[in-house]
Design a protein around this ligand. Structure first.
Ligand code: NIG
Ligand code: FE
Length: 414
């Protein structure tokens, strides 16, 4: 049994973390100017003003006392949407996009996601693991302590299960908590190009049941987009996944407003992601169904698209979470700090709303809200010490890594 006391911290954390925060609640942050955290075996036992925590601790045997020197402390950042398990980068594609070739056109001509599929299918497990682990550790160095990682560059049973095993191994062999999502419906493979419904048959008849049997992935996600999976195909895939025991997510209305947000509401998926082009009708339906919006501003930035309408979502009562989307194509970014900065500077979110989006709401978007996302009794002692007085420093100090230290379950890991 190890009891640790972290003293002299300026703490900023969401509170009452049993549900995602929405509307005005999204901006509610607890600030403790001179605070302390007491944890036992990596679990928070008390957080509060230093005086109160010290009084409580006086009756305990404290094994270690750590002075955080008045630095700003926030919960470990949670990244609820990444594709960081990939085999190689796509820098040539980035140059093409800079010259004006649209992202979906590159995919249509057999590049984009499909070039990542070729790379995964021909890479060894070890090589795939090394790239994924490097990406995850970069995220950790930037303050992410819990990350979701999707499969989806395999698109056949063997390669999808291989990706999920690699993702699982990264969770076991790094300090990060990793949540795996099966995304066999990330693109239509080249050999099914002329008959995408046959690929949906394969997913439903073979790949989804095999991924369920493997037991690594908790969620199933689908790319509902023009030229990828239609609303009807997405409905079929997600319904099949649900009956195989998966919880649901959807890439919705990223480039075109196909009605993905409404489908998310209809199926009551836990989250709908991207939403750059989502209509008010779709957003209203999401608010009513309690679907969490996972917004990926670094993708809008990298694709040079208008940002998602975060303010409208908050106004309508949709809980907003933020994520990197870290992937080799549309957005190669491991930093939730960069995402935070974009949310504050370009999406009209307040510092407090963006902090909730990067912590508590992000945790709820991957079913981890009971464990992480806020500094509260009973949750993991996952927190980040920032070089600055308030969380705003992550937007203020442009392009910097403002993370000084990262603690995971009370252990210093960065
Ligand atoms: O979320 N939109 C689909 N999937 C990823 C991109 C993946 C890729 O380009 O490799 C996304 O943007
Ligand atoms: Fe994505």
């Amino acid at each position: 049994m190890t009891v640790k006391l972290f003293r002299n911290a300026r703490i900023y954390t969401p509170q009452a973390g049993t549900a995602p925060l929405r509307g005005v609640e999204q901006g509610r942050i607890r600030e403790i100017e001179l605070g302390a955290i007491l944890c036992r075996d990596g679990i928070i036992e008390m957080v509060g003003p230093e005086e109160e925590v010290l009084a409580y601790a006086s009756s305990l045997e404290v094994n270690q006392e750590i002075n955080l020197h008045g630095k700003c402390v926030i919960p470990g950042l949670v990244d609820p949407h990444t594709h960081m398990c990939f085999a190689s980068r796509r820098e040539e594609e980035f140059s093409k996009r800079l010259h004006g070739v649209p992202y979906l056109e590159i995919l249509r001509s057999g590049g984009g996601i499909l070039s990542s599929v070729r790379a995964v299918r021909t890479s060894s497990d070890q090589d795939l693991y090394e790239v994924t682990k490097t990406n995850a550790i970069n995220a950790l160095k930037h303050g992410t302590t819990t990350v979701e990682i999707k499969s989806g560059y395999g698109l056949d049973t063997e390669s999808e299960l291989r990706m999920l095993s690699v993702i699982n191994r990264v969770g076991k062999e790094t300090h990060l908590d990793v949540v795996a999502t099966f995304m066999g419906a990330h693109a239509v493979p080249e050999d099914f190009r002329n008959n995408p419904d046959k690929f949906v048959d394969l997913l439903c008849g073979e790949v989804i049941p095999a991924a369920a049997e493997q037991g690594i992935a908790r969620f199933c996600d689908v790319f509902c987009e023009d030229g990828v999976f239609s609303v009807d195909q997405s409905r079929r895939i997600l319904s099949c996944a649900r009956s195989n025991g998966f919880e649901l997510k959807i890439h919705a209305d990223e480039v075109h407003d196909l009605g993905g947000a409404s489908l998310a509401a209809e199926l009551r998926t836990l989250s709908a992601e991207h939403l750059l082009a989502a209509s008010d009708e779709g957003l209203n339906a999401m608010a009513e169904a309690g679907v969490i919006a996972v917004l990926l501003p670094a993708t809008a930035y990298s694709l040079k698209k208008p940002y998602a309408r975060a303010r409208r979502m908050i106004e309508l009562g949709v809980p907003v979470a933020l994520a990197t989307d870290c992937n080799p194509g549309s957005c190669f970014c491991e930093s939730m700090q960069f995402v935070f900065g974009l949310a504050v500077m370009n999406m009209g979110m307040s510092v407090e709303e963006a902090l909730v989006g990067c912590t508590l709401n992000a945790a709820h978007a991957i079913g981890m809200g009971h464990l992480v996302g806020s500094l509260e009794e009973g949750k993991l002692a996952d927190f980040v010490v920032l070089d600055g007085k308030t969380p705003a420093t992550m937007a203020y100090h442009v392009g910097a890594n403002s993370v000084l230290e990262v603690y995971k379950r009370g252990e210093k890991v960065v």
